[in-house]
Design a protein around this ligand. Structure first.
Ligand code: OFO
Length: 162
């Protein structure tokens, strides 16, 4: 593997683990604020992010590379309403999408063909992730985010499966 591509994989493993940490922190905040369904949704998201990190780790290992972890940079997301929370989640996912696209461009430039199918998978995954969050934001815009609307939304998000 070219050192530049391996470095981008290392950085992305870190970014995925930082996403996991962010969503877990938000899940705990939601639990404290009486939103168990949103907390569940975010915990499932946290698990997915760890799986994303594992996909990159397994790819590096399959190609005989070793992976080391650096310190987690803690990203904070300030929110008062769940609309603010999910807008922050969408922004974060758009940032991750940009990173994946940059990795794809780099891998193509460097002629690292073996990683392209994995990155292609992530490109599709990011489309799905952004769509899921946009759908939640659309619902919030439609029904509001207080009182019984918030209660029902919390229930619905609590049904997310792993
Ligand atoms: Fe790993 O997709 Fe979200 O961050």
């Amino acid at each position: 593997m070219k050192p530049t591509v391996l470095a981008s994989v290392q950085e992305q493993i870190q970014a995925e683990l930082e996403s996991a940490y962010l969503y877990f922190a938000l899940a705990l905040q939601c639990k404290d604020r009486g939103l168990p369904g949103v907390a569940h949704w975010l915990t499932v998201q946290h698990n997915e992010e760890r799986e994303h990190a594992m996909k990159f780790i397994e790819h590096a290992h399959a190609r005989g590379q070793s992976v080391t972890l650096s310190d987690i940079r803690i990203k904070r997301l300030e929110w008062k309403t769940i609309g603010e929370l999910f807008r922050g989640v969408l922004e974060h996912e758009q940032y991750i999408t940009g990173r994946i696209h940059n990795m794809y461009e780099l891998a193509q430039r460097e002629g690292d063909y073996p990683i392209l199918p994995l990155l292609q998978w992530f490109i599709g995954e990011q489309v799905e992730e952004e769509e899921t969050v946009r759908t939640i934001l659309d619902k919030i815009a439609m029904v509001g985010e207080t009182g019984s609307s918030l209660y029902l939304l919390d229930q619905e998000l609590g049904r997310r499966s792993e």
